[in-house]
Design a protein around this ligand. Structure first.
Ligand SMILES: [Zn+2]
Ligand SMILES: [Zn+2]
Length: 302
């Protein structure tokens, strides 16, 4: 428990920094100088931050001291750079950019990033997604993979898996490094068994909780769009999220981050209430966060 508290207390650090023991962590015990608590040394040096989440732009950063991966590039390069800067990071330090699918809220900044000489990150996306993106003048160096493939970036093992969503070849990811597992699954109409399988034993899970069904039904969208959002290749509702928490969320998941909230058809406090009730029903003490469109989340450290 001490180590968890220590992790969460370290939010003032930059993204890639990890707390190191100081004199305060050593104490005299019965007159002899002994280490009383070494709560920080068990950290795996893994950081994760949701830079933006929602239909106006998605991006998240996963880092170890050997690799930094941007997951989706749905913000403009300027805004991405600004949000990275706020956690002590910069575009030039990225090793890889992973793309889940070609919708604008996940790739809007990608062609500009691909053209920028200072950005050395390689772009990973599925073979079918690559030609679905308008690259403009850019001739990017792409690392294409088949949905379902596993690969390694630095010391991070990446597993991709298909999700039900109305894009050409949409995927979600699970990352494993140094004994830490992080799942990122947004833009999915529902959660089939295959996805439940991939999201087992995650220490942190970023999961979609897109809309409140009642708000969507009476909301401003045209009926055709409402049908698309509600369909099995649309977006996960609060109810879909709640069902997953009640029936399938792994008790080992310490951090649950809910994201891709609809601006018009949802509210963060509704999502928090629904998720809290589901977690209470399960008797789980999972730490809950709601990712925002407007600002980056805290930096989660493991
Ligand atoms: Zn999206
Ligand atoms: Zn999408």
């Amino acid at each position: 428990m001490e180590s968890c508290a220590a992790r969460r207390g370290a939010t003032h650090l930059a993204f890639g920094d990890f707390p190191r023991p100081t004199a305060a962590h050593f104490a005299r015990d019965s007159g002899s100088c002994r280490i009383r608590t070494v709560v920080f040394w068990d950290l795996a040096n893994v950081s994760f931050c949701v830079l933006a989440s929602g239909s106006s732009g998605n991006a998240a950063l996963l880092g170890t001291d050997q690799a930094r991966i941007l997951i989706d590039a749905g913000l403009s390069m300027k805004e991405l750079s600004r949000r990275l800067g706020r956690i002590g990071e910069e575009l030039e330090r990225l090793d890889a950019i992973l793309i889940t699918h070609e919708h604008a809220d996940h790739v809007a900044g990608l062609p500009v990033l691909a053209r920028n000489q200072k950005v050395r990150a390689r772009i990973y996306l599925t073979r079918l997604t690559a030609p679905a993106i308008d690259w403009g003048e850019a001739q990017p160096c792409l690392e294409t993979f088949q949905a379902g493939a596993q690969f390694r970036i630095g010391d991070i093992n990446v597993t991709s898996f298909s999700v039900p969503h109305d894009a050409v070849d949409p995927v979600a990811f699970c990352f494993e490094m140094r004994g830490v597992r992080i799942g990122v699954a947004t833009d999915l109409g529902y959660i089939p068994a295959s996805i439940k399988y991939h999201l087992r034993r995650t220490d942190l899970l970023l999961l979609e909780s897109n809309h409140d069904l009642d708000m969507l039904k009476v909301g401003p969208y045209p009926w055709a769009i409402k049908q698309r959002v509600m369909s099995r290749v649309g977006h996960l509702s609060n109810l879909g999220m709640s069902d997953y928490l009640i029936e399938d969320l792994d008790a080992a998941t310490d951090r649950l981050v809910l994201g891709h909230l609809s601006e018009h058809n949802n509210h963060p406090e509704i999502v928090r209430l629904v998720a809290t009730q589901a977690l209470e029903e399960r008797g789980l003490r999972t730490h809950l966060s709601i990712a925002s469109q407007r600002e980056a989340s805290e930096v989660f450290r493991f």
